[in-house]
Design a protein around this ligand. Structure first.
Ligand code: ADP
Ligand code: MG
Length: 339
């Protein structure tokens, strides 16, 4: 379908049935529609609609969930609505390195406003998932898809993924010799501004120092090359500093706890917790339960042999700690599909 205009609007749905709500014209948003041509969970087609100059934005509190609806009007002046949650969504993903299948049928959805943890033994494919999201060229998606707010993430170049609001903190952060933290972050923020717009230096440094203080980082770090000669803990703090400065829509944190002593862990957790809120979805990848005492997740998923084998609330992490990964492995043959 060729779309020539695209709007976004927010509507609140009080039932799971989008069709019912749209017919009711909640918020006066859709009263012009006359007929549903067809509908399914993801898309709605409507005919005989005279598109307004602009679609009004309506936002209503809902006891249930707030959905974002994308409006597009095609060449035949038919309106096309795509319903998408504000979420980072992985559907039935298969990833291979060479001819080895690492991720095997993984499904997961992280809405903004929630923190999800993926726990799993070493070698289960957790970092592979993170690297695929980042667009690492060695990892090949052989099946399935990843979407971010409804958009095909895998079709985007790595830098576009970042510009559109995805952030990844890697298990083993790279050193960037010769580029200071201050310049690196400034360039990253600048690259997201529209052409011709300049980042204001005073505002930038004020924000940088504020976030460094939050993370217990000395100001002298600003003039050090990114990760060069940093200890494990300093590297992890630098990753979280980037997260705090870039304010992404989704953050994937791969083993942000590894190599941290308890004080550093608390500081990093404090930094992440201060960023939590309705605007960001966080996927926390970890081998150990320990960090989840400080960053309490809304959902926990257990990943074994390339797929999610169990999902639950925060108590699942404790159960796992108690029973060990063998218990989780026992369920590995029956993948659990999360919502
Ligand atoms: P986790 O992060 O859960 O410990 P990884 O995603 O790092 O697991 O690795 C999953 C499996 O994929 C492991 O068996 C690992 O050896 C393999 N693997 C990961 N990256 C590569 C690579 N670049 N080349 C070959 N094998 C890889
Ligand atoms: Mg890993």
């Amino acid at each position: 379908m060729i779309c020539n205009r695209l709007f976004n609007s927010l509507v609140a749905l009080e039932t799971d049935s989008l069709e019912t709500d749209l017919r009711g014209g909640r918020g006066g948003l859709l009263s012009g529609f006359t007929e549903f041509v067809c509908s399914n969970r993801d898309a709605f087609f409507l005919e005989n609609y005279d598109p307004p100059e602009s679609v009004p934005t309506c936002r209503r509190e809902s006891r249930f969930r707030l959905l974002e609806i994308g409006f597009a009007i095609d060449a035949n002046r038919r309106i096309f609505l795509t319903q998408f949650m504000n979420e980072l969504r992985v559907e039935n993903l298969y990833v291979a390195i060479g001819d080895q299948q690492i991720v095997r049928g993984l499904s997961l959805a992280v809405p903004r406003g929630e923190v999800h943890a993926i726990m799993g033994p070493n070698g289960s494919g957790k970092s592979t998932l993170a690297k695929v999201m980042a667009g690492h060229p060695d990892y090949h998606v052989t099946k399935g898809k990843i979407t971010m707010d409804g958009e095909d993430l895998l079709a985007l170049e790595p830098d576009d993924r970042a510009r559109k609001g995805l952030f990844l903190a890697f298990q083993y952060p790279s050193e960037v010799p010769g580029v200071t933290i201050a310049n690196f972050l400034r360039a990253a923020l600048q690259s997201r501004l529209p052409e011709g717009e300049e980042l204001e230096a005073t505002d930038y440094y004020a924000k940088l120092y504020e976030k460094m203080e939050l993370l217990g980082m000395d100001r002298s770090f600003t003039s050090r090359a990114v990760n060069e000669g940093f200890s494990g803990g300093e590297k992890k703090r630098t990753e979280i500093l980037q997260l705090a400065m870039l304010e992404p829509n989704y953050a994937v944190l791969d083993e942000t706890d590894s190599g941290l002593d308890i004080d550093a862990l608390k500081t990093v957790a404090h930094g992440v917790n201060s960023l939590r809120g309705s605007k960001i979805g966080i996927l926390l990848i970890t081998h150990y339960q320990r960090i989840l005492n400080y960053i309490v997740p809304d959902h926990v998923h257990v990943m074994v042999q390339g797929r999610i084998v169990r999902s639950g609330g925060k108590e699942l992490a404790l159960e796992l700690e108690e029973r060990g990964y063998d218990w989780a492995r026992a369920g590995a043959d029956e993948p659990v599909l999360t919502r």
